[in-house]
Write a protein that binds this ligand. Sequence first.
Ligand code: AHM
Ligand code: MG
Length: 350
Amino acid sequence: MSAGDADLREAFASAHFDEGMTLDRFIFETTRARPEATGQFATLLQQVSLAARMVSSRVNRAGLAGMLGRTGEVNVQGELVMKLDEYANDTFKKALEHPGVVAAVASEEDEDLFLPPARFRSGRYVFCMDPLDGSSNIDVNATIGTIFAIFRRKSEEGTVATMDDVLRPGTDLVAAGYVIYGSGTVLVISTGDGVHGFTLDPVVGEFFLSHPDLRLKPSAKLYSVNEGYAASWDPRIRAWVESRKAPGMGWKQRYIGSLVADFHRNLVKGGVFLYPATDSSPQGKLRVLYEAFPLAFLVEAAGGAATDGRRRILDITPKGLHDRTPLFIGNKVQVDEITAALAAPAGTAG
Ligand code: AHM
Ligand code: MG
């Protein structure tokens, strides 16, 4: 981490919160303290906020369009799902490239790295995103979201970014966050020290601080996993999950099937999310760069933990933009327990 990144982290950590704090003001107050700041990071966050509001507005109307589609002759709904994915992808990329704040964007929707045209190439940040996570939930109006992680580029500013700017350990991240489009739209962000949530007032069109300094307790009795795949999990994972259900344990299970929504609930209320390797996804299903990294960054900043069952997620160095990983993320006690269970000899599973 550079001295500038450390300043940024400190400024966010010491931010003063009061009622009516908008995301814009929060960005301004926490970045102006940095003597070397060029304003790029502040602009980047403002553009994320803009894109999030645009996508939120579109997602809110998707239900209505879907309803009309069901009554019409053409199945608009399936098309709309595609369009929303693409819309979110294009909206975030355009919002970020125009002010010249990103050198590259890695997106779940794009096979290759997106490089802004030469006239916008002054950006010093690399943005990794899943523009619309959980998009299979759009047609049932369940919560979906955008997940993002931000690196500062390694290569010289003004040059064309390379894969080395992106394929690096999660410990290099300078910020991460997500936006959920649910019953409300909430943007959660961290620069590594303190995790803050802002809720969109759709009438005013502004994000207001609603969840200052989200912290995870060491332990919680809630797990989120797709148990339909239990037969193909490692037996030690199966044993850990089964042991939650023993009489008197008092555990709850919740699973939406939209990572960003499951994670948000667990971050606010406590809980551990598991997506282990399965027979059909031996490397796990979730992507390192734009799903596991940002959420691991946030969870650690909130006092929790994230591993792939063996090692800390943020210590992984991906080899490709779309690498996958098993993911165990949430309250530290539970993540440590699962990781320890996987370290034990396979035959010892209860
Ligand atoms: P997506 O990025 O294509 O939407 O897929 C990822 C989603 C996650 O949001 C969610 O946690 C997971 O897939 C659910 O998978 P499954 O249906 O196998 O439980
Ligand atoms: Mg996703």
